[in-house]
Design a protein around this ligand. Structure first.
Ligand code: ATP
Ligand code: ZN
Ligand code: ZN
Length: 845
């Protein structure tokens, strides 16, 4: 192969394609699809990825330049990931390079660095005839020049920055040396991060030879003899870290050096893998005997694995039904097949408890990809996967790209979590990527949740031929045989009416008091999503909503009015409640700190662990807090969404939700779904083991279907109501969305360009016969809402507007929208407009 097609790290519309480079002979056997290379691009050196190779076709009009450097011995991307990048770029309308870069650790996002070294040979016309001789003996007349040349020779090459630090005053001299061809400049790509190396000791001769040497060692070199004997005893563990040898024998480095000089051993640099869980003991666990329900699910998945053909399952199992045990046992099977598995968990539930369960079963075969790890730790975990030294990768969203060669199983726990959607470009959803990868590998996907996303459930039930439709598997009972906890809804309007102004209802108050007496534990959830953004009446629960869009209006303090973020409807903020006339109407919210203070006041001496963004910023803090709670060093675990997921503590018998409503009133059509999921999850933390559990949900809108169904653990009814709702208002899963956000410093320019976008898109869609209203009967249709101001209308002095595009059917809506955006590239450039596309957005705030 003569030519490599390379995607370069220059994110712009015009460079979003491959460029051709010649493959130099020296690299020929090394270059593969997925290789990372440094290439000349204009005057710069940039990083790029090889997508394919081909023989040289007819000589092109341009003279091709050769690849400059191969950056890794093992390509960081495999051919299937390169192909996946192509798919992502189309599906999510992003550039190919950003799609590929999302798959590798940041440590490998190399930057060009400039180096100065002595010229290989003086450049003929500009250099003096004797330049070569001058370099040989440093016989340069100018002492400054001589100093610089000597310094560079001693280092072989020096980064330009380092050189300028070393000789801060001599820029002119250095430039002159460069011009005269005595010095030369080059660029290479440097990774942000080096491998961690360690000095280690190894034998320099075969074992028999070393053993022979041991026998006739001079008397006075006893220490050296000890060292050699020590190494021979541990010959199967060589090389040994130098530090360890010195510490074990209490010898000095001199003794080891002496042995090296005699040629018996060698001190070498070896690479160490930074294992974030190193030294931590994980109690090994054995597979549990599965319950009947578990067994059924397990066998169905195994059957699919055995076929080695792609398959996807939606595992809907109530909280505590033992989904995790199914994950563990199906992974075992997958490993026995000689294949590898990926386990995806939402970032906030990537708790030590979760990691422990996988490490406990699979030990060192597990790599953990955690955003809290340092760049180096992440890189090392990733390389363990790439080099095939582990069988299981567990991690948040981006672990879906784990570069396994023989992927057999991808598990996505809590598949409904919105954190599986990346909010920055490339705005991919890990669920879609997982399913795509499973098609590439003939692998099996398990999407697990007690509260599956509406989209997943709908796709599973309608059994469409869509490549994304999973098969539904259900588990209705808890693995340990206990019942789901009893849930009571507390009407907070009654509390106010009866003079209780506290944030704790009497029922919840008494519940906590009882737990304190019995030494049991309580989890309190403060639902803080949508804090302070909506207006609610505390007397009757009235919430101001948009008459057109059926989402709550957002309060804007500056203008003191209420606005709809979908259609732009606006109204002044009410002084009194339009429903009941009460003056207790205001925007809403309470912080965790205030709850903590109130708890201390109501229950003197109560031990509270507060878990929110403030108390968990530090690395490992999350873990420490949970360990303290598990060791029963606290009575109450109080927190935001973080406390709702995955925790399995035997003594938690009470769960309290301070206010269920705040997430219900987000200006987001998924508000009810999110609320239902959150309440179901948190309720599931209670009574998971021997002791029965009890749950109180405090609410100002206790009649809302999401709250009622959550209190009855009734997913099916919730789904029915919610789907009806979505169908009548034309929201997903009955259509798909593309959110286009525009930003600009000047409002009038922004509005004009956003309107241009809409006009252009509408025109094209009309021509294609796609444009129209979203009524129930049109199969292929595209509709445009807006442009309107974004929920956050100004960020960093840039105004923001958005268009929401609804579409469905067999039309290439993403392609069309991208097309219109591309056509605006000029305006984007000249007028400094920014446009961002979000395909299937999750966050509408
Ligand atoms: N077959 C089994 N035999 C005995 N105990 C089991 C079995 N399967 C699971 N368990 C136990 O039941 C409890 C709940 O299981 P697990 O945490 O896996 O449920 P889950 O479905 O993942 O729950 P959630 O969705 O609430 O996180 C755990 O303590 C687990 O050890
Ligand atoms: Zn009211
Ligand atoms: Zn509206």
């Amino acid at each position: 192969m003569d030519i490599a097609k390379v995607i370069v790290d220059v994110p712009a519309k015009d460079t979003d394609r491959t460029f051709d480079y010649l493959i130099p002979d020296s690299m020929r056997t090394w270059i593969e699809p997925g290789s990372r290379v440094a290439v000349p691009f204009g005057k710069r050196t940039v990083q790029g990825f090889v997508t394919s190779m081909q023989p040289e076709a007819e000589p092109s009009r341009f003279k091709l330049r050769p690849l400059q450097e191969l950056l890794d011995l093992v390509p960081p991307l495999s051919p299937d990931l390169v192909e996946l990048g192509e798919w992502m770029s189309e599906r999510y309308a992003c550039s190919r390079i950003l799609a590929l870069q999302a798959m590798i650790p940041t440590a490998l996002k190399g930057k060009a660095e400039r180096y100065i070294s002595l010229a290989d040979r003086p450049v003929a016309d500009e250099a003096p005839a004797d330049a070569g001789a001058l370099l040989e003996d440093d016989g340069m007349s100018d002492p400054v020049e001589r100093g610089i040349v000597t310094y560079i020779r001693s280092k072989q090459q020096v980064a330009l920055q380092a050189l300028s630090r070393q000789f801060p005053q001599e820029a002119a001299v250095i430039k002159a040396l460069l011009r005269r061809g005595v010095l030369q400049e080059s660029q290479t790509i440097r990774d942000k991060l080096q491998k961690k190396m360690l000095k280690a000791v190894n034998l320099a001769v075969p074992v028999e030879e070393a053993e022979a040497a041991l026998d006739d060692f001079p008397k006075k070199a006893q220490r050296q003899k000890e060292v050699l004997a020590f190494l021979l005893e541990r010959k199967e563990f060589l090389p040994l870290p130098l530090k360890e040898v010195l510490a074990s024998l209490h010898v000095s480095a001199a003794a080891v050096k002496a042995l090296e000089n005699k040629g018996h051993l060698r001190i070498e640099d070896v690479e160490v893998f930074r294992d974030p869980y190193r030294g931590r003991y994980f109690k090994p666990t054995q597979p549990l005997k599965l319950t009947g329900e578990q067994q059924y699910v397990f066998e169905r998945v195994i059957r699919q694995l055995e076929t080695r053909e792609q398959g996807a399952f939606l595992l809907h199992g109530v909280t505590g039904s033992g989904k995790t045990e199914i994950y563990l046992q199906t992974i075992s099977h997958c490993i026995e097949q000689g294949r590898q598995a990926i386990v995806l968990v939402p970032e906030i539930s990537l708790t030590p408890q979760m990691v422990e369960r996988f490490k406990g079963r699979f030990g060192d075969q597990v790599a953990v990809m955690h955003s809290r790890l340092s760049g180096g730790e992440r890189y090392d975990e990733w390389r363990k996967i790439r080099e095939g030294r582990v069988k299981v990768a567990i991690g948040a969203r981006s672990a879906v790209f784990a570069p396994f060669a023989k992927l057999g199983l991808i598990i996505m726990d809590e598949e409904h979590e919105s954190s599986y959607k990346q909010e920055e470009t490339p705005k991919y959803h890990a669920r879609d990527v997982a399913i795509r990868r499973s098609h590439q590998h003939g692998a099996v996907v398990i999407l697990g949740s007690a509260t599956p996303a509406l989209e997943s459930y709908h796709a599973a039930r309608s059994q469409s031929n869509d490549e994304f439709a999973p098969l539904l598997l259900e588990m209705h009972t808890r693995a340990l045989g206990n019942t789901l906890p009893e849930v009571r809804i507390v009407d907070m309007r009654d509390e106010l009416r009866e003079g209780n102004r506290s944030m704790f209802s009497r029922a919840l108050h008494d519940g906590i008091a009882g737990r304190l007496e019995r030494g049991e534990q309580t989890v309190l959830l403060l639902n803080r999503r949508g804090y302070s953004t909506f207006v609610m009446c505390r007397s009757c629960g009235y919430v101001a909503g948009c008459p057109e869009c059926d989402i709550s209006l957002t309060y804007h303090q500056r203008s003191n009015n209420l606005r709809c973020h979908y259609c732009g409807y606006a109204a002044p903020a009410p002084e009194v409640c339009p429903d009941c006339g009460s003056e207790h109407i205001r925007y809403f919210g309470t912080g965790t700190q205030r709850v903590e203070e109130e708890l201390a006041k109501l229950f003197p001496g109560i031990r509270v662990i507060r878990m929110d963004v403030d108390t968990t910023t530090e690395k490992g803090s999350h873990e420490k807090l949970l360990t303290r709670f598990r060791e029963k060093k606290a009575d109450v675990l109080l927190g935001t969404q973080m406390v709702a997921k995955g925790l399995d503590f035997p003594d938690v018998t009470l769960v309290g939700v301070i206010t269920a409503d705040s997430s219900l009133n987000l200006p987001d059509f998924r508000a009810a779904e999110k609320t239902f999921q959150l309440l179901t999850q948190v309720a599931g933390r209670a009574g998971r083991h021997q002791l029965p559990g009890e749950v109180f949900i405090q609410s100002y809108t206790p009649d809302h279907y999401s709250i009622i169904h959550a209190s009855r653990h009734d997913y099916a009814s919730f789904i029915r109501d919610e789907l009806n709702h979505r169908r009548s208002l034309h929201y997903p899963p009955y259509c798909r969305l593309i959110m286009v956000t525009f930003s600009h410093e000047q409002l009038p320019v922004l509005v004009r360009l956003a309107e241009n976008f809409k006009a252009s898109l509408e025109g094209k869609a009309r021509k294609l016969g796609w444009f129209g209203a979203m009524d129930r009967f049109t199969p292929d249709v595209l509709d445009i809402l807006g442009p309107v101001a974004s929920p956050v209308p100004r960020i960093k002095n840039r105004y923001r507007f958005q268009c929401m595009i609804k579409w469905r059917g067999q039309i290439d809506a993403v392609g069309l929208v991208r097309n219109v955006v591309d056509e605006m590239a000029d305006a984007v450039q000249r007028q400094h407009l920014q446009i961002s596309l979000d395909v299937d957005p999750q966050m509408l705030m």
